[in-house]
Design a protein around this ligand. Structure first.
Ligand SMILES: Cc1cc2nc3c(=O)[nH]c(=O)nc-3n(C[C@H](O)[C@H](O)[C@H](O)COP(=O)(O)O)c2cc1C
Length: 371
């Protein structure tokens, strides 16, 4: 299967299926000398782990990360960092029902069309558990970015019809506290309650909910990304769209630009304390495919969890129309567990682009090689 590697210089390769022995990642191209240990990675794994939130699959996995290589005495060595998690709570019999039919909204049908054979247990490689490798690899990228003062913060912006207008605090520490105080990572207490009520209703109805994650990147210098095929927004969009269940990505004003005038949408420039700044950030921090030095802001729309207990129409491999009620353990909403996956994928893109940017002009190269 192609397409399991991501990034050029800071590069990850993920592996593993939902009901195989385990899942993991190899991170190559990570600079030596970064403080790293299993506890740092585990913090991110815990935010993705089933069981950490009420509205998540009841599959009970500790998702304990083991670093196999590339770290010595608490620092990266510059060699490949291999990490793995063993699967523990597999109930493969839960999935015997779907071995011979196609679940609506899932990759079962397309897998069979493409490969002619599939690991039907829990979606195999198309399972939400595939994101374990992304989160572990992304945690390494985020540790690297932290050393450069770059911080990535994602949160739940919307669940079903319940959306926050703007996070109540733009102070990063307060925002993070509000995110972590919410059981669905939505930094607004009242809206969290409304969203939780909505999710309870969807669960009672044997249905599921969609939603939106918003992500803010602070501290990125101007000039990351390339102006043609490798635009920063294009690369981030690819990274985020590669997460299961993401159906749309928008930057800054996003789809609202279609209804705006030029004078509303342009961000005017001003000199402040000798520095060039923008009066607004409708662009979401990207101009012409390159970071403009302001916060990078984007949103990702997630579809409702495809596995639902409600009766649905489908077909089986014998070519018969059948009804299906999906058993097994599923997230009634994907968004809260995907928040950390969005942070991880964003970290991987920014880390890779920072390393690539070092060759963009002679001054950068001289900083490294001038005696
Ligand atoms: C973190 C995460 C957890 C997920 N959990 C589930 C789940 O419990 N049940 C389910 O049906 N889909 C779940 N999904 C979504 C499916 O993996 C995805 O919708 C499916 O593979 C089809 O791919 P597509 O939606 O990108 O077309 C999850 C996705 C992510 C990112």
């Amino acid at each position: 299967m192609a397409g399991s590697s991501f990034g050029d210089i800071f590069r990850i390769t993920t592996w593993g299926e939902s009901h195989g022995k385990g899942l993991g990642v190899v991170v190559d191209g990570c600079p030596a000398g970064i403080t790293l240990n299993e506890d740092i990675i585990q913090e991110y794994m815990n935010r993705r782990r089933p069981g950490a939130i009420r509205f998540a699959t009841k599959r009970n996995e500790a998702d304990k990360i083991t670093i196999m290589s590339g770290v010595f005495e608490g620092r990266t060595t510059g060699t490949p960092i291999s990490m793995l998690v063993f699967n523990e709570d597999q109930h493969s019999k839960d999935y015997s029902q779907i071995a011979s039919c196609y679940r609506p909204g899932h990759a079962d049908y397309t897998f069979d069309c493409k490969y002619g054979f599939r690991d039907y247990r829990g979606g195999g490689r198309s399972s939400g558990r595939e994101t374990i490798g992304r989160v572990a690899g992304g945690a390494v990228a985020l540790a690297f970015l932290k050393e450069l003062g770059i911080e990535i913060t994602a949160y739940t912006r919307q669940i079903g019809p319940v959306a926050i207008d703007n996070p109540l605090s733009t102070d990063l520490l307060k925002l993070r506290q509000a995110i972590m105080n919410s059981e669905i990572y939505m930094p607004d207490e009242a809206k969290t309650k409304d969203a939780v009520d909505y999710l309870s209703r969807m669960t009672e109805n044997m249905d599921s909910a969609g939603g939106m994650v918003e992500c803010v990147v602070n501290g990125v210098p101007a000039g990351l990304g390339d102006p043609v095929f490798d635009k920063l927004d294009a690369q981030l969009a690819k990274a985020i769209m590669s997460i299961g269940a993401v159906k749309g990505v928008e930057f800054g004003e996003g789809f609202r630009v279609a209804a705006m005038s030029g004078s509303e949408n342009n961000d005017s420039f001003r000199i402040n304390d000798g520095k060039i700044t923008k009066e607004t950030n409708h662009s979401g921090g990207v101009l012409g495919g390159m970071s403009d030095g302001s916060d990078i802001v984007f949103r990702a729309a997630f579809k409702p969890t495809p596995s639902i207990a409600k009766t649905q129409h489908t077909v089986n491999k014998d070519g018969e129309n059948i009804d299906i009620n999906i058993k097994g353990r599923h997230d009634p909403v994907i968004v809260p567990r995907a928040v950390v996956v969005v942070e991880a994928m964003t970290g991987l893109v920014i880390a890779d682009l920072l390393l690539k940017n070092m060759t963009a002009n002679i001054d950068n190269v001289k900083k490294v090689y001038d005696k």
